[in-house]
Design a binder for this molecule. Structure first.
Ligand code: SIN
Length: 481
């Protein structure tokens, strides 16, 4: 099968492909401007239909053994891996990331299905020592029920996987609403569901109006949980609406990741980590290094090495061999990057490489390094979501911890040191849900991904990610003597 075999211009509801006669969402390849197709613009009525189907499917699914549910997740894993090349190509065509990264994302997505297929067999309860001789107390875990998921364009395959895999393994049917820029990688899950004979109603994919679909998720009593990955402002609005109806929520929101390089760090390792963290997906991840703090003793050397590597990154259409940085998702993304650079340079920052749209045109942007950046610049407080590494200088550990924590966000953070004492101290002092020491990439299905402060609530991946789809039930059995 090639990437076109996975490109569906209909939604997947209750195990069937549903077309619409009305409005559609046009999808274009950000590298070439080629129109790939159009997805339905559905609203409340179709969302209700998907929720009804999921609700119908729930009793049978939750009653199946963990092994059986996990078995389906394993089949989804295998199907994703069998079609990794085609799905990767589809992802690159609609989102722009280099093919190697796109195929890596498909493998990352598949790994969530494998992880939860295995982990669901270890959903243990408790027996609590009873204060009464004639009564026993037990605690069991039950699936929360029908889940509504809303996912972004930057990881259109993997962000669905870490929600859908946990939901399905736990016993919950799911309705997935992808971003309008990248509906096809999401709709491809319908093809995968058909391939593995997943019972109908368990995995539904609906494209369309975010406000109508999210509104129905919040207000429909048959839906019990909303999981969202996206920006903090949108997440806050969604969470407050969902909590009006007491829905369970998981919110994976914005970040403003500090990337700290101490004088005692292995500098080459830190440069490689910064390249990986900053330029992965052209800087369009919520865990990308957003502020690079470098201690004064190594500032110039680090700036020079980073600049040399950033300058060498090959920019182009993600489908071309050897390309390391694709286009940005759209013109608004380019405008934000330009705004951050203009603000920083107007306030004294210097461009070491890049700094402007790429000669390739469209939404391609040059990998950029800025030096002499300080806390008064917009880039210090706002997530750039683009390929710009701003270098801040610091002198002491206390100073950089205060700077790193001076943000409402608390998702990912990174630092480089060869001092074991400092590694522990700084890891404990950083107010972040995730801290990587001497590594620039930390994502894996086996560890809990998520933030503190305004970066969200809940965790994805790991055993904690499964807990987010389970309710705790207390059972009391009396009259035993
Ligand atoms: C994200 O940017 O939302 C996710 C990145 C990751 O899983 O590494």
């Amino acid at each position: 099968m090639n990437s076109d075999s996975f490109l569906k211009e209909r939604c997947f509801i209750d195990g069937a492909w549903v077309a619409n006669a009305g409005e559609t969402i046009k999808v274009t390849n950000p590298a070439s401007g080629e129109v790939l197709g159009a997805a339905p613009k559905f609203g409340r009525a179709e969302t209700r239909r998907a929720i009804d189907a999921a609700y119908e499917a729930f009793p049978d699914w939750r009653a199946r053994s963990a092994e059986e549910r996990g078995g389906f997740c394993m089949k989804i894993h295998d199907a994703l891996m069998d079609h990794q090349a085609a799905l990767g190509e589809l992802l690159t065509r609609e989102m722009g990331k280099p093919l190697a990264e796109a195929k890596g994302e498909v493998a990352y997505a598949a790994a969530f299905f494998k992880w939860f297929a295995e982990e669901v067999r270890r959903v243990y309860g408790d027996v609590i020592p009873s204060p009464w001789a004639d009564k026993r107390i037990i605690v069991t875990k039950e699936p929360v029920g029908v889940v509504g998921s809303i996912t972004p364009w930057n990881f259109p395959t993997a962000m669905i996987a870490r929600k859908a895999a946990a939901a399905l393994a736990a016993g919950c049917p799911i309705i997935c609403k992808p971003a309008s820029q990248t509906p096809f990688s999401a709709l491809a899950y319908g093809v995968i569901a058909e391939m593995v004979d997943l019972p109908k109603g368990l995995l539904n994919v609906i494209t369309g109006s975010a406000s109508e679909i999210a509104g129905e998720f919040c207000e429909n009593p048959k839906l019990r949980k909303i999981t969202f990955t996206g920006s903090t402002p949108v997440g806050k609005g969604l969470a407050s609406n969902a909590l009006k109806y007491m829905k369970r929520i998981s919110m994976e929101l914005g970040g403003n990741a500090p990337f700290i390089v101490f004088d005692d760090a292995d500098l080459d390792r830190a440069v490689d980590g910064a390249i990986a963290s900053k330029y992965r997906n052209s800087g369009q991840t919520c865990v990308c290094a957003n502020r690079v703090y470098v201690q004064s003793g190594v500032y110039d050397a680090f700036a020079e090495k980073l600049t040399a590597k950033a300058r060498d990154l090959k920019v182009g259409d993600g489908l071309e061999n050897g390309v390391e940085q694709g286009p940005l998702i759209d013109a608004a993304a380019v405008a934000k990057v330009e705004e951050h650079i203009a603000d920083a340079t107007a306030k004294g920052a210097r461009v070491l490489t890049g700094g402007k749209p790429h000669a390739l045109g469209g939404t391609f942007f040059e990998p950029t390094v800025l030096r002499d950046v300080n806390a008064d610049m917009l880039i210090a407080s706002d997530e750039t979501f683009g390929p710009v590494a701003p270098l801040f200088k610091f002198d002491t550990e206390e100073e950089v911890i205060a700077l790193a924590n001076d943000t409402e966000f608390g998702l990912a953070s990174y630092f480089y040191t060869n001092d074991l004492g400092r590694a522990w101290r700084v890891m404990e002092a950083l107010e972040y849900g995730m801290v990587a020491v001497n590594e620039g990439i930390l994502s894996t299905p086996v560890a809990p991904f998520g933030g503190v402060k305004e970066s969200g609530q809940g965790r994805e991946g790991s055993r904690y990610g499964l807990e987010d789809y389970l309710n705790v039930k207390f059972g009391l059995i009396g009259g035993l003597r």
